[in-house]
Write a protein that binds this ligand. Structure first.
Ligand code: SF4
Length: 333
């Protein structure tokens, strides 16, 4: 029997597995992810490309297409397990209760229809509204993201990259959902446009109260806006905690490496070091700790012992350095 979700949570992801079917067998891109989200919370999900962040996001939103599919786990959202819902029931929740902002607005928006027409189609697919109501709501959401409603008549190619992303966010707000999941929405923008879009998302969140799961490879960018940070490596959560804590004192060597790989907007100038090597082939992840071949502080046992997600203060980290047994030995010696 499935455990009902905690009423204080908006979202509960339990032991989620997403696999890609390949000719050589299933490849788990997301390997047993657990997370919870409170109403109105902003969770940043960071990691390099190929670590399973976007696949996890699509698994949560039930937007995976073959060869990828959720093979185990539960995704509880507002009292319903999304994994067990029919396409029809999911469709009733999508846009109205949770919406998705994709990486590239140019791919997500239809190039042959105006922005207004696309907003109208989205509203009509999920609610009965008159043409006047649709026009008024479409203009409202565009204004919310700082775009003149005159652009309801514009085609996507007539808008700048930043405006297109903002139009996508406006579309996600049509029904004022409780949760918006965002997959690298700023990655195609220059640094100034990225920051301005992030500030706008944060301000909208403050005004409207929705929760956000924001996937990015840029830890430094999201860390100024998120409440908590989740760091993913090789399909697993390797660190999860309050943003400030993870940023100021990362508990996992991978989080530390990520932080050193991006310039900080604030703070002193320092040399960027990065992390040598690349994330592993998820079809054949390394034994023991999946990060051990790249870890600068790996110990001998890291190649054989698989770390759990251990408590580190109020955060959690998947590293043997924080294993309770290892810590007590340290204290005793
Ligand atoms: Fe590095 Fe070992 Fe910790 Fe893995 S378990 S992150 S290899 S120290």
């Amino acid at each position: 029997m499935l455990e009902p979700m905690n009423p204080d949570h908006l979202l509960e992801v339990r032991d989620l597995w997403v696999e890609y079917a390949t000719p050589t067998g299933p490849v788990p891109a997301v390997a047993g992810v657990d997370l919870t989200l409170a109403p109105g919370e902003f969770l940043g999900v960071v990691g390099e490309s190929g670590c399973g962040k976007s696949t996890m996001l699509f698994g949560i939103a039930q937007l995976l297409n073959p060869p990828a599919s959720v093979t185990a786990g539960e995704v509880w959202f507002k009292g319903e397990n999304l994994v067990a819902l029919t396409a029809k029931s999911l469709n009733a929740l999508r846009w109205r209760d949770f919406s998705v902002v994709m990486q590239s607005a140019m791919n997500a928006l239809n190039p042959v229809h105006t922005i207004g027409r696309q907003f109208k189609d989205a509203i009509k697919a999920h609610a009965k509204r008159s043409d006047t109501e649709i026009r008024v709501r479409s203009a409202e959401v565009l204004e919310l993201v700082g775009i003149d409603p005159v652009h309801l008549k514009s085609y996507p190619h007539q808008l700048s990259g930043g405006m297109r992303q903002r139009a996508m966010i406006a579309m996600a707000l049509l029904f004022t959902p409780d949760l918006i999941v965002m997959d690298e929405p700023t990655s195609a923008l220059d640094v100034v446009a990225q920051r301005s879009l992030m500030m706008q998302i944060k301000e909208l969140q403050r005004q409207l109260g929705f929760a956000v799961i924001f996937v990015t490879h840029d830890m430094s960018l999201v860390s100024h806006f998120s409440d908590r940070l989740m760091v993913m490596y090789a399909g697993q959560v390797v660190e999860l905690g309050a943003t400030r804590g993870v940023f100021d004192a990362p508990a996992h060597p991978y989080s530390k490496g990520l932080l050193e790989a991006f310039p900080s907007i604030h703070g002193e100038k320092k040399r960027l070091t990065g992390i040598p090597g690349a994330p592993p082939n998820l079809g054949k992840p390394p034994s023991g700790c999946r990060f051990h071949p790249r870890c600068p502080v790996a110990m001998e046992r890291c190649a054989s012992d698989e770390p759990g997600l251990y408590r580190v203060g109020t955060a959690q980290a998947r590293c043997l350095l924080h294993e309770p047994a290892a810590l007590s030995v340290e204290v005793e010696s």
